[in-house]
Design a protein around this ligand. Structure first.
Ligand SMILES: NC(=O)c1ccc[n+]([C@@H]2O[C@H](COP(=O)([O-])OP(=O)(O)OC[C@H]3O[C@@H](n4cnc5c(N)ncnc54)[C@H](OP(=O)(O)O)[C@@H]3O)[C@@H](O)[C@H]2O)c1
Length: 274
């Protein structure tokens, strides 16, 4: 068994998230071998197999080398029904990292039927271009080097951070997991508002898209707080201030966002219990 990030890793489920992880691992050349279990690999994944960038398997079992880590990237509902697979994973001595939304370490511990080395992770979709952020939670019983290994696995999608309390995973899901959808909605709403002010649909969509992505890039490039960047665009008595008076009113965007994130957090808790 090896605990070094240079060992072989196994990915179970090469869909959207799993596929993004694979591409990051291949580009990072961090692991000695990448094995993938995926019943219906896409043409792109099959091509990676043909080029020997990865080793494709149709199921978990024979033909797998000594693994340093196994990453579970299948849907939560599929994972809940995959008791045989989970029990088999529990018999390996690899680190098990699970990105399935709402799947707790308590569920995994019981399904793996062992005190496995477990990490729970919540990535987000900008990970597909290496600009994601993943929150990690370390289960009990991690070995030396496991945190580093988990970070190396998820660094394929962008930034990583550790949570001290697993109970906060639902809040993370509500902020960064679902968050990209809120930002896309902002682009849609901005375009619709532009159309209402007389812009044609194409111009409004282009302006909104470039504004949301450009402001995001500026936020990423500048270490100042978002509020400071906002104030910089807002001159007293100007157009931005007129709009912000509406957006920052008591029932404005901040109140709406608080309600939306609270709803998403509550839904995450429900799904986790179900
Ligand atoms: N997308 C997000 O924004 C996001 C964010 C955070 C976390 N996650 C989590 O990431 C996980 C994957 O999400 P996704 O969007 O990548 O889903 P996805 O595109 O459906 O990918 C899951 C893949 O796993 C395959 N699969 C199903 N059963 C399997 C098995 N027993 N062994 C191996 N592979 C199996 C599926 O094949 P079939 O299609 O043939 O069933 C599919 O290709 C989910 O648990 C989700 O909660 C997603």
């Amino acid at each position: 068994m090896t605990l070094s990030p240079e060992g072989a890793v196994l990915l179970i489920g090469a869909g959207r998230m799993g596929g993004a992880l694979l591409k990051g691992w291949i580009a990072g050349k961090r692991f000695s071998a990448i094995h993938v279990v995926e019943p219906q690999p896409s043409a792109e994944i099959r091509q990676l197999g043909a080029k020997r960038a990865i080793v494709l398997h149709t199921g978990f079992g024979k033909g797998l080398p000594d693994l340093c880590a196994i990453v579970l990237a299948i849907k939560p509902q599929v994972l809940k029904g995959a008791r045989d697979l989970l029990a088999a994973l529990g018999r390996t001595d690899a680190l098990v990292l699970c990105i399935a939304a709402g799947i707790t370490t308590a569920f995994l511990e019981s399904a793996l039927e062992t005190k496995a080395r477990l990490v729970r992770a919540m990535p987000n979709t900008p990970g597909a271009i290496g600009r994601g952020i993943t929150a990690l939670y370390a289960g009990a019983g991690l070995a030396a080097g496991d945190r580093r290994l988990a970070e190396a696995l998820m660094a394929a999608l962008g930034e990583t951070l550790w949570l001290a309390d697993e109970g906060l995973m639902d809040a993370v899901t509500a902020v960064s997991g679902s968050g990209p959808a809120y930002v896309f909605l902002l682009a849609e709403a901005l375009a619709a508002a532009g159309r209402e002010q007389g812009l044609d649909a194409e111009t409004a969509a282009r302006l909104a898209r470039a504004t949301v992505s450009g402001a995001g890039a500026l936020l990423a490039a500048d270490s100042r707080a978002a509020a400071e960047l906002r104030r910089e665009v807002t001159s007293p008595g100007g157009t931005t201030e007129a709009a912000l008076k509406v957006l920052m009113a008591p029932e404005g965007l901040e109140a709406l966002m608080r309600r939306a994130v609270a709803m998403a957090t509550a839904r995450g808790k429900e799904l986790g219990e179900g």
